[in-house]
Every structure is written in C-alpha cells, then in structure tokens.
Design a protein around this ligand. Structure first.
Ligand SMILES: Cc1cc2nc3c(=O)[nH]c(=O)nc-3n(C[C@H](O)[C@H](O)[C@H](O)COP(=O)(O)OP(=O)(O)OC[C@H]3O[C@@H](n4cnc5c(N)ncnc54)[C@H](O)[C@@H]3O)c2cc1C
Length: 282
C-alpha cells in the first residue's frame, strides 16, 4: 500500500481526485481504530495521505469578525491561543493528555464524528461552519449539518476538511462541563456547552449543546427559541422545568463501559438547569 506525503495542499487534493486515500493528521484516532496487536503498522483500509505537515492546514486567524482554525491545527495550539473563545479552549484543555493534544487535530476530531467528540458541543453553540475542499470545489456546511451520525459526516472521499470558522461570540454567560471518569485522559460520559447573552435584563441569546448523550451532539433551535428574547423575570422555576422537560425526549444516551444511560440523562438535565439558574442569578 503506497502512502503519500504531499508537499502542498494542491498536491494532496490532486491525489484525492485520482485515487482513494485515508487522510492522516495526528493519527491519534486512526492508530487506535486500525491497530493490530501483532504487527507494527495499523491496518488502514486505504493508503495514508499524510496531511499534518501541510502549512496551508495550520494556524488560527481572525478575519472580518470571524475566527478561522485550519483543520490540521493541533489541539495544544487551540488550547493556548488567545484568539480562540474560552468555551472551546476549556473543552480542548480537558481532552486526552498533553501528548495526545500535541498530535491530535481539530479536523481529526470533527471527521471522527464520535458522539463523545469534545470539540463538537462548543462548535455547535458557536454555529461553526466546516469548509471542505476538493480539487475543483469548495463547500461550507454548518457543523450540525456536517455531522451525520457516529463516525459519519458529509465529507466526500475526494475532500479534505480545510478549516472551521465561526463569528466571534459576544455572550455574557458561558458554561462548559465535561463529566468523565477521571480529570485527565478520560472520554466524556457526557458534556454540556452553552452560551447566553443577557442585555438589560433580557435574554437575547441562548444556545446549548449536549455531547455523548445521543448518536450526535444535540442542539435544538426550537427549544432555544422558547427562551430567546424573554425578560429575565420570566425565567422562573416553572419555565426552567418546562425547558428541561422539552430537552428530555432528545437526550437518549446509551449504557456502555463509560456510564449508564439513567445517570447520563439525569446529570445532563441537572447541568442544563444549573446554567439557567446561573443566568438567573446574573
Ligand atoms: C488516549 C486517547 C485519549 C483521547 N481522548 C479524547 C478526549 O478526551 N476527547 C476527544 O474528543 N477525543 C479524544 N481522543 C480522540 C482523538 O485524540 C481526537 O479525536 C483527535 O482530535 C483526533 O485528531 P487526529 O488529528 O489525531 O485525527 P486522525 O486520527 O489523524 O484522523 C481521524 C479521522 O479524521 C480524518 N481526518 C483527519 N484530518 C482530516 C482532514 N483535515 N480532512 C479530512 N479528514 C480528516 C481521518 O481520515 C480519520 O478518519 C483520544 C484519543 C486517544 C488515543
């Protein structure tokens, strides 16, 4: 199996237009997914296309009110960049271990599309868009359109994730919690990312996303709409219970080696309420 180490993004896209390759960025997901106990090299289903050396896929930029993170930017770079909103930095800083964060990339975490992928809930509430490039086309999809199911995305075989971009958020309140077995090197049992904007006692914006409690992260715009624009005085216990109840049917976790579905659901709803109480107390 012949792999390729392209010298430019154009060379990588050209290769993908002719033959099927599997892009390898940090390799931290791929090496585990395709490991073989008795052999040194993992059994990749297609030849590897190494992309982590491509400078076109590296860096974090601010441009016209947006933050742009190139896909092969390592998690450790994102964690320390002052350009990156703290909700995403918090999530990244709790992922894996420093060694994995030095190798793993944001593009890899997105394309892996794990229900427990920790960059996803913050990217959902940031309304992030994923930019895909093929030899002759550029596509831009919202992250919640791009992620289709566990391990499934809208990416076509001839495409590379080029970057992720989102408007610089202007929220007054933010909330991020990851519940794992340990503080470090533990996949999420569940996670919650949320942003809100309070302006003169009016809740002008409210966004919340839940990770690891359904096949894809959950974000429900129609429920957010029910509290968006409400005066803070209306955010009473009754409304908070009503909102939690509305999310209940969308939170459908599984029981697996990391956690139990009853625990996952209960804690997720408690964290949702905790954020609403936090907003109410300003
Ligand atoms: C010990 C350990 C702990 C971990 N802990 C966590 C954790 O706490 N939270 C968490 O979310 N994840 C965790 N992970 C998973 C992993 O580290 C992350 O998902 C990481 O972000 C993957 O990035 P990568 O560059 O290594 O991806 P890779 O393994 O290189 O690729 C992953 C997938 O994305 C594709 N891909 C990569 N880049 C691109 C691109 N630019 N365009 C198109 N396709 C692309 C690959 O073909 C592959 O399908 C852990 C992994 C390990 C081994």
């Amino acid at each position: 199996m012949e792999g390729l180490i392209p010298e430019s993004l154009n060379e990588a896209l050209d290769a993908l237009s002719k033959e099927r390759f599997i892009p390898v960025a940090g390799g931290t997901d791929l090496m585990v997914r395709y490991k073989r106990w008795k052999n040194l090299t993992p059994a990749l289903p297609y030849p590897p296309l190494f992309i982590s050396q491509l400078k076109e896929l590296k860096g974090i930029y601010r441009e016209n009110g947006e933050i742009i993170i190139k896909s092969a930017t390592e998690l450790s770079e994102i964690e320390k960049s002052p350009l990156v909103p703290s909700i995403l930095r918090k999530a990244v800083s709790q992922m894996a271990s420093p060694g994995i964060r030095n190798m793993g990339t944001i593009g890899g975490n997105i394309q892996n599309a794990s229900p427990a992928g920790d960059t996803l809930p913050p990217l959902y509430v940031l309304d992030a868009r994923v930019v895909l490039l093929s030899k002759n086309e550029r596509r831009c999809l919202y992250i919640y359109e791009f992620i289709k199911g566990p391990g499934k995305t809208e990416r076509l075989d001839n495409e590379i994730i080029y970057e992720v971009r989102f408007k610089i958020p202007t929220h007054t309140h933010e909330f991020y919690r990851k519940v794992g077995t340990r503080k470090a090197n533990a996949l999420s049992k569940l996670s919650v990312a949320a942003l809100a904007q309070l302006n003169e006692e009016v809740l002008e914006d409210f966004r919340i996303s839940f990770g690891a409690v359904a096949p894809t992260p959950i974000r429900r715009m129609e429920i957010e709409e029910r509290i968006r624009g409400k005066a803070l005085s209306k955010l009473d216990d009754h409304l908070i219970d009503e909102i939690a109840h509305a999310y209940e049917k969308h939170i459908n976790p599984i029981t697996d080696q990391r956690s139990d579905k009853t625990y996952r659901k209960k804690v997720t709803l408690r964290l949702l309420k905790a954020f609403l109480y936090q907003i109410r107390s300003r």
